[in-house]
Design a protein around this ligand. Structure first.
Ligand SMILES: Nc1ncnc2c1ncn2[C@@H]1O[C@H](COP(=O)(O)OP(=O)(O)OP(=O)(O)O)[C@@H](O)[C@H]1O
Ligand SMILES: [Mg+2]
Length: 372
């Protein structure tokens, strides 16, 4: 790497971080420096060089974008605050040793995760630090780990129950027909729960995988809504909930996968019925709005406390775990719905008041119209 020169001085004095390299002066050194500057600035990794006194002598554009200020001439320990990094830079300077470190550091108001490579420069004069921002990667890892933990927990509950009932049967309960029937019913119920869980996990994976959609077709969504409501009519009756429709008189044509749309509507209606009181009412409405079709599912059920209103869209999240589990729910329903809605270019929102009821509203874009 080249020693400090005009290039760095210009960068230190320059007002904007994204300032292009100064016009090339045709001496071999400047050409070399310009080359180096271009290489550094085209890197996605943030780079900075420190001298023997621990001051920054050179940075690249990615570093300036990351920390949003010019740090040439400042002490390196104030650039990215991290004990591990400080130690690695010292090791490179004093013992001429290169190190890779994983670290976290607060920049602005956000915690960033980095993989840093710290190497001494050949001339023994300074140290170069290359920072890969792996914040997103770490976040994705965490989400994946949470998912596996939650999924295995959800799988374990019915499996433990099935095993327990089967063992009790084998140990003699099968001789008593009443017990035998009761335990077999329980096994069947838990097996169904497992099956549902497996199906929902597959559906979620499909809803999250890009490019896995059915071919969109032009569809009057009123027909699809009528069919969804009809298929849940007996469930509503069972719960003593009145299910009614408020559909626009004119066709509401959207271009989408009919299967995915039905999945959204079925899930929302099923929730509305499940979380209603006996004697309650669920209304499914659909109307045209500017550039959108709005589908609403309203209930007068238990409602959702404000603090949970965003969380209910997370995978496996249930406000009342006991109640949901009793219903055979997995807590994946709304996360699947939200993924499907987003893939259609739409939005979902919820309004709710405890013991008054909830309204889930889905806005789906009308083909060819401009988003408002
Ligand atoms: N209409 C509603 N009224 C009140 N609470 C609701 C309503 N819809 C969803 N919730 C809350 O949001 C949680 C998450 O809903 P979601 O549909 O994802 O899961 P679930 O209904 O429990 O299970 P699943 O949909 O997998 O059967 C529910 O457990 C419930 O606490
Ligand atoms: Mg649900």
């Amino acid at each position: 790497m080249s020693p400090p020169g005009t290039e760095r001085d210009a960068a230190a004095a320059g007002p904007a971080p994204a300032a292009p390299a100064p016009p090339a002066i045709k001496t071999p050194v400047t050409v070399e420096e310009a080359r180096l500057r271009t290489i550094l600035d085209s890197m996605v990794e943030a780079v900075y060089v420190t001298d023997a006194t621990g001051r920054v002598t050179l940075t690249n554009r990615a570093l300036e974008a990351l920390i949003a200020r010019d740090v040439v001439g400042r002490r390196a320990k104030n650039v990215i605050r991290s004990k591990e990094l400080k130690r690695a830079i010292r090791r490179a300077r004093k013992r001429n040793q290169a190190t890779d470190v994983e670290l976290e550091s607060v920049i602005g108001d956000k915690i960033h995760s980095f993989h840093a490579q710290v190497s001494p420069l050949p001339d023994g004069e300074g140290v170069v630090t290359v920072l890969h921002d792996v914040t997103r990667l770490r976040e994705a890892d965490r989400i994946r780990r949470d998912f596996v933990t939650n999924a295995s927990h959800e799988l374990r509950t019915p499996l433990t129950a099935i095993r327990g009932f089967a063992e009790t049967l084998r140990d003699g309960a099968y001789k008593n027909p009443t017990d035998a029937e009761r335990f077999l019913d329980a096994i069947l119920r838990h097996a169904k729960r497992l099956q549902r869980l497996a199906e929902d996990i597959t559906l979620l994976a499909q809803a999250e995988a890009p490019g896995d959609d059915d071919e969109p077709v032009a569809l009057d969504v009123r027909g699809a809504i009528r069919e969804c409501a009809a298929s849940l009519e007996s469930f509503a009756k069972e719960r003593d909930v009145r299910l009614s429709l408020e559909l626009a008189d004119e066709p509401l044509v959207l271009e989408l996968s009919g299967r995915a749309f039905e999945h959204i509507v079925l899930n929302l209606i099923e929730n509305a019925i499940k979380y209603s009181h006996a004697g309650g009412e669920v209304v499914v409405a659909a109307r045209a709005a500017e550039h959108h079709v709005v589908v609403e599912v309203r209930d007068r059920g238990v409602g959702i406390p404000e603090k949970y209103r965003e969380r209910i869209f997370e995978r496996f999240y249930r406000v009342d775990k006991g109640r949901s589990r009793h219903e055979g729910g997995t807590g994946l329903g709304l996360s699947i719905v939200r993924n499907l809605v987003r893939r259609m270019g739409g939005r979902i929102e919820v309004e709710s008041a405890v013991d008054v009821g909830s309204t889930f509203r889905v806005r789906l874009p009308v083909p060819g119209s401009v988003e408002d």
